[in-house]
Structures are given as structure tokens and as C-alpha cells.
Ligand binder design. Structure first.
Ligand SMILES: Cc1cc2nc3c(=O)[nH]c(=O)nc-3n(C[C@H](O)[C@H](O)[C@H](O)COP(=O)(O)O)c2cc1C
Length: 372
């Protein structure tokens, strides 16, 4: 089965794996979310039961603005795969510490032992302090993305070709003959995100999926259009799929949902949020066009460190289902959710929001494939 022959065009759902401490908001509000393995295996089981398709792990080597403790993403992802049956787990890696051939090998094994449920998120990164701690060079913005592009080209080459050779500026592999290859054909899915032009160029040219931070519907539409234009120019029409981040607060009434949002913000760890705001100037703002993720994020936005409040999936199940459906009409293929109390809220989402969305999808089918 190739990517273009996915069984249906239903919107897909992913959740952020809380494999770092502190949950998904930089706030001191009490959260019934834990970062240990037991909590996470149970969460992954709840999520697959609730109808989620993917779990996305985070890669973080050192504490950063609230994530004081972190479990390494590839190890943790494999553990989640072994505790589940259907859900795919997207392991996040950084092209600096990881070598693409090592990642290809690791991914092939994880894919084999999970019956074809492994995927990868190639993170170009914004956190200079992490590279310094590891004693690795911190490349300038667009160079990080050039390295990521080589990384993805090599992953694909090793996964799909025998005796693969590549001579790049950052990596070389010589006649590498991976055995066994991954189970998934043509290869495990490759995700990648960022708002800068370089991130979009990589998405259009080499990625299977483009992840976006939270944004308004118009903002997401503009990003989708730009990446599709790049993909068309690269002979990859219709090959890139789109995922959006959202911090989801579904409550019985809109008032309750809004009150929860305000409480999260009132309890924000202001010092950590401000320090994070400074650190992420290493992201798109450091690109030549000075355009990228977090460029106009307010203090409120940064309390969810991937701008998740901006997507506005905050309200009643009906409101949220309608807004998600609207995203689908704009070309979104996947919603990536963060939650305050992960286990119980993912269950609630599966019971109350997803059926409404599936109903909308049935009632208003989209054209065969959205024009791109
Ligand atoms: C959905 C999503 C997941 C991400 N996961 C991570 C992560 O686990 N670790 C990390 O350091 N950066 C992560 N990033 C950050 C990106 O790799 C990138 O550094 C950031 O989007 C800045 O992009 P820009 O420079 O193109 O604006 C993630 C971004 C998105 C959109």
C-alpha cells in the first residue's frame, strides 16, 4: 500500500506523547498528565481505542522551559508500540545527534517488530542550548534544513534501494544494504515541520507529511497552498499531507472550555514562557527571510509551546467538530492534539467529538481529492 492508497480520506488524529514532564502547557495549573511509561502505555491504548491513528513523541535532551525531565523518544516510542496493536507511533529525531543510516536501521527494526506501525518526525530544531550540551555544532537556520533534507533523502534511499550510496555535504553512506527493509511500503512515513520557507521547501520536495504549529484557518490555508505549490514544482503533486497542531479543550459548555483556557494562562510559568520566547528566536526568525514559527506569537500563545491555542479547538464537542471539519475542507489531513488531562480528555474526545466529525464527513463528502 503506498501513501496515495490510504484506505480512506477520513481525517486522521494524532496526540502528543507526554514523554517530557510538565504536560503540553508551560503552566503551573494542576494537570492529570504524567510522563512515565505506565501512564503513557495506558494512554496509547486509550487513544487507539478512541480512534486515534498516531502518537507523536517529542525529542528533547535537556530541560527546556518546563520540560525538566525527558524520556528519549525512539526508545520510548518502541515501548509504546509493544504495548499497543493498531496505533502508529511517530518517533522524533534530530539530524545532529542521529545519523540517517542509524535511524534507517533503527526504524526498520521498530517497523518490523511493530507490524508496520513506526514513523519518524525529522526535527530541524530551534534549541541551540541542546546542541551545546551535547557538544555538537549548532548550524545556522537554513543549513539545519539542508542537513535535514539530506537526512530524509538518505532514509528513503536506504529503505527502498539495495546497496545504497550517497555522498552529501553532511552525510555519506557507501553501498549500504539494509536487511531487513521496513515492512511498510514504500517506506515508513516521514513527518517534518516548521514555518520557515526552508521547512516548506523540505516538505514540498522530500517529506510525506508537513506539520504546522497552531494557527488560524487562513494561516493554515496559506501554508498548505505554499507547500503544495512547491510540491507541484518538484513533480510531487498531491504527495504531501498536512497535519495541524491544536491544544484541544472540549467541555460541555463553551463557557467551561474558555474558563479552563483562562486558568491555564493565569497559572502560566511566566519566567519559563518568556525564556522560551527568547530561545525560539533561533527558529524561523533566524532564517534569511526572518519568517517562521513563533514569529508573532504572543505570551498567551507561547503558554502552549506549539501555538496550540491559536487553532481554537476550544469549546463544545459540536463547535470543535465543526471547526475540525472546516480544516479538512482547507486541505488538512491530520489534527495533532495536546490536552490538559490526557487520558480522560482523549477518551472524551473519542466519545463525544469524533462521532460528530465522522457524521459531518459522511454527510458532506469532499471532492475526490482536494485540488492542489
Ligand atoms: C508538530 C511539531 C512537532 C515538533 N517536535 C519537535 C520536537 O520534538 N523537538 C524539537 O526540538 N522541535 C520540534 N519541533 C520544532 C521544529 O522542528 C522546528 O524547529 C520549528 O518548527 C521551527 O521551525 P522554523 O524554523 O521553520 O520556523 C516540532 C514542530 C512541530 C510543528
Amino acid at each position: 500500500m503506498t501513501l496515495q492508497q490510504l484506505p480512506d480520506d477520513r481525517l486522521k488524529f494524532a496526540y502528543w506523547v507526554p514523554n517530557v514532564s510538565g504536560g503540553l502547557v508551560v503552566s503551573k495549573i494542576p494537570q492529570r498528565t504524567e510522563w512515565n511509561l505506565n501512564y503513557n502505555v495506558k494512554l496509547a491504548q486509550i487513544a487507539e481505542q478512541a480512534g486515534f491513528d498516531y502518537a507523536l513523541s517529542q525529542i528533547r535532551f535537556i530541560g527546556s522551559y518546563g520540560a525538566e525531565y525527558q524520556h528519549e523518544s525512539t526508545t520510548f516510542s518502541t515501548a509504546l508500540l509493544l504495548g499497543t496493536e493498531r496505533i502508529k507511533v511517530i518517533a522524533a529525531i534530530l539530524p545532529g545527534p542521529w545519523h540517517p543510516a542509524v535511524t534507517a536501521k533503527l526504524g526498520a527494526t521498530a517497523d518490523q517488530i511493530s507490524n508496520g506501525r513506526w514513523a519518524v518526525n525529522v526535527v530541524s530544531g530551534w534549541f541551540a542550548g541542546e546542541y551545546h550540551a551535547l557538544g555538537l555544532p549548532w548550524l545556522e537556520h537554513n543549513e539545519r534544513y539542508r542537513r535535514s533534507r539530506e537526512f530524509i533523502q538518505i532514509l528513503k534511499g536506504i529503505w527502498t534501494e539495495d546497496h545504497f550510496t550517497f555522498k552529501g555535504n553532511y552525510y555519506s553512506v557507501n553501498e549500504f544494504n539494509l536487511r531487513p527493509k521496513p515492512l511498510q511500503l514504500p517506506h515508513p512515513e516521514i513527518f517534518q515541520g516548521g514555518n520557515s520557507r526552508a521547512a516548506k521547501e523540505n516538505a514540498g520536495n522530500v517529506s510525506d507529511w508537513y506539520f504546522m504549529n497552531g494557527n488560524t484557518p487562513e494561516g493554515h490555508k496559506a501554508q498548505i497552498d505554499e507547500v503544495n505549490e512547491i510540491a507541484n514544482g518538484a513533480g510531487r503533486r498531491g504527495k504531501v499531507r498536512f497535519g495541524v497542531n491544536a491544544f484541544i479543550i472540549a467541555r460541555e459548555t463553551e463557557k467551561e472550555a474558555q474558563r479552563e483556557l483562562e486558568a491555564i494562562i493565569e497559572h502560566a510559568d511566566a519566567e519559563a514562557v518568556n525564556a522560551f520566547g527568547e530561545a525560539v528566536k533561533q527558529a524561523g526568525q533566524a532564517s534569511p527571510e526572518r519568517h517562521g514559527m513563533w514569529e508573532n506569537s504572543t505570551f498567551r500563545d507561547l503558554v502552549q509551546y506549539n501555538d496550540g491555542f491559536r487553532t481554537n479547538l476550544i469549546g463544545t464537542p459540536e463547535q470543535i467538530a465543526e471547526r475540525i471539519f472546516h480544516l479538512k475542507t482547507l486541505g488538512v489531513n491530520l489534527v495533532l492534539g495536546g490536552f490538559l488531562h490526557f487520558q480522560e480528555e482523549i477518551r472524551f474526545f473519542g466519545e463525544r467529538v469524533l462521532p460528530l466529525l465522522r457524521e459531518l464527513e459522511r454527510a458532506k463528502p469532499l471532492p475526490e481529492r482536494l485540488a492542489v
